[in-house]
Design a protein around this ligand. Structure first.
Ligand SMILES: Cc1ncc(COP(=O)(O)O)c(C=O)c1O
Length: 389
């Protein structure tokens, strides 16, 4: 059955941060919120059906992990990405990706150790470093006309004796870059030379538009990369961030043992029942829905980019190769982010994610989430044009 992504669902009354926290976030209720990264689309029916079926039994006691759950992940990676992963290389972290990153930073580094993050960056990737009293070392991406590039020369200068970890975001939030294999190989080579472990946050891995291919970091040849972990999740793919889970893929036996110890002692061998049911159903049968979603997102992306280039003055955007995020460039306006933010909220009535939260080189940028029905995107763009057109 074809999903109608044009269908506009009210999310009011569902405790949606995106739709019910405008007053806290923007100081104003009447704002179209296009900031936080979840989608305004219904999750695939295969998932709601599986959840309804489980709800028919009214006991929700401790449950073990079904082999179908593990198989669904392995089969998904093989069928969608062409990557054969061994069950023994999978570790499960039910609280989600950011909690997994937080745990890994504390497990793999000591206070005072240095952790490299490429900026601009999804803010929690920097927060898990700084809040744990590790030293955040920023490796700024280069804003080239055709899209962001990794700065390998600068990266080489970042490494010191204290550098233990690099947290990669792949595909990249907020710029929507899908890193090419040769870029990842270069990054891997430098980290291997400097004995720096790589954690690759790949929660957007399934949201790739045609003509581009995502390479999971751990899929690179073992001899060509350092010790590393790829983290994937069903939360972005199927719009189920409220049903958290994450899967760590790691083939370093010593690292796996350390992570498994934490999982055992924190009793995280148990899954949330609904997260496991939803993830299994999505990975088993959500492929067709995802194909439809990607078509819709790509059309939204193209429409957004077209409107920005035709109707906006001094605002530009490079089309995202993946994710559902647009990194809007307001730098030509030569205004402080807080001034632009006031124009966005007070004049246009559109809530975007302030680029300054993504690191210093987010100055002049705002992130827009285009995973919404076209009617909402259109309304927001019309409002933005009234101020920035
Ligand atoms: C790159 C990235 N990592 C992690 C997350 C959050 O993942 P989780 O909800 O599993 O913690 C997001 C959400 O926007 C994200 O964009």
């Amino acid at each position: 059955m074809k999903t109608d992504f044009d269908n506009s669902l009210s999310r009011i009354g569902t405790l949606s941060i995106k739709w019910e926290k405008n007053l806290n976030k923007f100081g104003k209720k009447d704002v179209i919120p296009l900031w936080i990264a979840d989608m305004d689309f219904a999750t695939p029916q295969v998932i709601t059906n599986a959840l309804s079926q489980r709800l028919e039994h009214p006991v929700f006691g401790y449950s073990f992990r079904a082999s179908e759950y593990v198989d669904s992940i392995i089969n998904w990676l093989l069928s969608r990405h062409g990557w054969q992963v061994k069950a023994s290389d999978l570790l499960f972290y039910p609280p989600g990706t950011v909690p997994a990153l937080d745990m890994l930073v504390r497990l793999l580094t000591e206070p005072g150790d240095e952790v490299i993050v490429q900026v601009p960056s999804y803010p929690p990737l920097m927060k898990v470093v700084a809040k744990n009293n590790r030293v955040l070392v920023e490796n700024p991406l280069i804003a080239a006309e055709e899209g962001y590039q990794m700065d390998f020369e600068h990266l080489e200068r970042c490494f010191t004796r204290k550098t233990k970890l690099l947290i990669l975001c792949s595909p990249h939030n907020p710029t929507g870059r899908v890193w090419e294999k040769n870029e990842l190989l270069k990054l891997a080579e430098l980290c291997k030379e400097n004995n720096v472990t790589v954690i690759s946050d790949e929660v957007h891995a399934d949201l790739i538009f045609s003509n581009t291919k995502h390479w999971h970091f751990n899929r690179l040849d073992r001899n060509q990369r350092p010790s590393s972990i790829s983290i994937i999740s069903s939360c972005k793919t199927f719009n189920i961030a409220g049903l958290p889970q994450s899967t760590l893929i790691c083939d370093d036996e010593s690292l796996k043992r350390k992570i498994q110890f934490i999982i055992d002692t924190s009793q995280l061998n148990l899954d949330g029942i609904f997260s496991a049911v939803a993830t299994t159903a999505g990975y088993q049968s959500g492929g067709e829905w995802l194909d439809g979603l990607l078509e819709y997102l790509k059309a939204n992306r193209d429409y957004l980019c077209h409107r920005v280039s035709e109707d906006f003055v001094d605002v530009s955007v490079v089309p995202a190769q993946g994710t559902y995020l647009a990194w809007l460039d307001f730098r030509k306006l030569e205004l402080e982010n807080k001034v632009i933010e006031q124009m966005l909220i007070q004049k246009a009535g559109v809530g975007l994610y302030n680029g300054l939260e993504f690191g210093k080189n987010g100055r002049g940028f705002f992130r827009l989430n285009f995973a919404c029905p076209r009617s909402i995107l259109d309304e927001a763009l019309n409002k933005l044009v009234s101020v920035f057109g």
